[in-house]
Design a protein around this ligand. Sequence first.
Ligand SMILES: [Zn+2]
Length: 142
Amino acid sequence: MTEQQAYDALARVMDPEIPTISIVDLGMVDEVRVHASHVDVALLPTFLGCPALDLIEEAVQKAMPGAVVTFRNDPPWSTDRITEAGREALRQFGVAPPEDVVRCPRCGTEEVLSENLFGPTRCRSIYYCPACRAPFEAFKAI
Ligand SMILES: [Zn+2]
């Protein structure tokens, strides 16, 4: 397996909570090392306290049998690591990507209301779009 093939396999591993975005587009993949016998994958946990690291490890091993997954906190993951494709994938899922200005993922307006600071997880907060008459979640920039 080449490094490119390893990345291609990782690009098929979706985030368990947001199944439209891969761990590559989330910017979780810090390092990939291809050995004759196996592949070492170093991942950055996206948010402290966010669940699903076990699920992600299992999914990586399913996509790449024999992969050895480690999680590291240095460098720290930040929302800047999310790729353009990843931001579009978040919008398609109905979640506003982390940006300076929160926009409705459906219509793009900035005229949105903050519903509260505590979303369904510590990673996300809830907003309401008056134009769409619908609530949506926004990723918190960190
Ligand atoms: Zn809207």
